[in-house]
Write a protein that binds this ligand. Structure first.
Ligand SMILES: O=C(O)CCC(=O)C(=O)O
Ligand SMILES: [Fe+2]
Length: 187
């Protein structure tokens, strides 16, 4: 079990590095500039199990939020739908695809990329008949203990914030007001 988790964690780290490298190229910055913000930072893993519920209108799997870390790599283990993203004031289902990961931009990556990559609001609804399982890996990031845009990306569109203050702010904003904390950092 431990070996499998270690291997999975390592593979997710490698995948994250690859994806961030592509994003850096897309942004026209040195890959290492973006990757460095993630090196040596925390990686966490959550296993979700959403049991079926005959009254799905009365419950929510996960309340609307946007992810607080840098990058999220989500594997939907079975083909039960449930994940939805918010776009243009509506909820849109993210259909599970065998062997495909869902990659979410966390609010820290939105700040690092100076808003070029946006963190999306999402939620999980439950199914009447089938349970749902997901494995979610979060990669944290910051620059010298601070959440701020990469210098290379020009004039900062977000205020810099200490990583610890950011954690408090993100948790408070999501749980008390259900809004994106990153919006309060915009200039
Ligand atoms: O289980 C899912 O599909 C989403 C989980 C999620 O949004 C999270 O852990 O932040
Ligand atoms: Fe999430």
């Amino acid at each position: 079990m431990k070996d499998s988790i270690d291997k999975y964690a390592m593979e997710m780290w490698n995948l994250a590095m690859q994806l961030l490298g592509f994003m850096a190229s897309d942004l026209g910055v040195e890959q290492e500039t973006l990757l460095a913000a993630f090196r040596g930072k925390r990686q966490s893993m959550t296993l979700h199990h959403y049991p079926p519920c005959h009254h799905p209108e009365k419950v929510i799997g996960i309340a609307p939020h946007s992810d607080g870390f840098g990058l999220t790599l989500l594997l939907q283990v079975n083909d039960t739908p449930g994940l939805q993203i918010s776009k243009d004031g509506r909820w849109h289902p993210v259909r599970p695809q065998t062997g495909a990961f869902v990659i979410n931009v966390g609010e820290i990556l939105e700040v690092l990329t100076n808003g070029h990559y946006k963190s999306v609001f999402h939620r999980v609804v439950v199914d009447t008949e089938r349970g749902r399982d997901t494995i979610v890996v979060f990669q944290d990031a910051c620059i010298d203990g601070v959440v701020k845009p990469l210098l290379e990306l020009g004039e900062a569109r977000y205020h810099a914030i200490d990583r610890l203050e950011y954690s408090k702010g993100h948790a408070t904003e999501i749980f008390s007001r259900g809004e994106r904390f990153v919006d309060t950092l915009k200039k």
